[in-house]
Design a protein around this ligand. Structure first.
Ligand code: SAH
Length: 257
């Protein structure tokens, strides 16, 4: 018995991997979690495939259905938004399924953090500016460990990507500014990246809450923040070593070396 956990990608149904699409085509049963998985994906499913919405179910209920269908010899795919490894709550499912002798295969997907960066035409790691991206969330009803409080993470002044934080923007602003971020630090909010109703709001840390409210964005948004999001970055002429003509690396010899 084997369950396939598949990353659906951020929204647009052609942003699933080829492997993920093939599994959707072969599946007898597809379970999917929430409004962030487009129903377009199910056009790829075979005729008569059972499509199960799990948003209203608790963990054990969902796992029971998977186990039952697997024991009937069916091919079962659990489709997760973005990439299953970030905020996918897959571990708790895997623990119960493995206990029941179910093997698991995970197929990665395009996370919304990368879809959002693509939509904003951003590079999150700009040479000489920042070489690190922190993927995190603001603390709301779900607790975040003390050592990962935003103010502490923000001390690195690198690029930060906030999942699940669209209603917590006041907190994001307070913690980042408290950690020494200038209010004019650029931020880009990408609402429903790659969906037909995608919206991009370019703002600053100081105006994040105000601008998100003005655009009525209170869910399904990725907040990218840091100077890599500077809309004028193109004029600042940051260059990577990779394409620097004087820099030698494994694939190319620099002109002066
Ligand atoms: N595993 C997913 C994240 C699930 S948590 C991934 O890799 O993307 C859900 C959060 O992801 C949302 O609150 C939002 O912050 C972000 N998100 C998911 N899809 C999105 C999209 N299409 N556009 C913007 N943000 C998205």
């Amino acid at each position: 018995m084997k369950l396939y956990i598949v990353g659906a990608g951020p929204g647009a149904s052609d942003l699933i991997t080829v492997r993920g699409r093939r599994l959707l085509e072969e599946a007898d049963v597809i379970l999917y979690a929430d409004s962030l998985v487009s129903e377009e994906h199910f056009k790829a499913a075979k005729k008569g495939a059972e499509i199960v919405k799990t948003a209203g179910m608790h963990l054990e209920e969902m796992v029971e259905i998977m186990k039952k269908r697997l024991s009937e010899g069916k091919k079962v795919v659990r489709l997760h938004t973005g990439d299953p490894a970030v905020y996918g709550a897959i571990m708790e499912q895997m623990v119960l399924l493995k206990e029941a002798g179910v093997e698991i295969e995970i197929v990665p997907g395009v996370s919304s953090v990368f879809a959002a960066a693509a939509s904003a035409q951003a590079e999150l790691t700009i040479p000489d500016l920042t070489q690190t991206v922190i993927l995190t969330r603001a603390e709301g009803r779900t607790p975040v460990p003390e050592r990962e409080q935003l103010a502490k993470l923000a001390a690195h002044h690198c690029t930060m990507a906030f999942f699940l934080s669209a209603t917590l923007t006041k907190k994001v602003m307070k913690e980042l500014i408290g950690a020494g971020w200038a209010p004019e630090t650029p931020a880009a909010v990408i609402y429903k990246a790659t969906w037909p109703d995608e919206k991009i709001v370019r703002t600053t840390i100081g105006k994040l809450d105000e601008d998100m409210r003005a655009n009525s964005i209170r869910k399904q948004a990725m907040i990218l923040a840091g100077w890599a999001l500077d809309p004028d970055i193109h004029e600042k002429n940051f260059r990577s070593k990779l394409y620097d003509k004087e820099f030698t690396h494994g694939y190319r010899r620099g002109v002066n070396s």
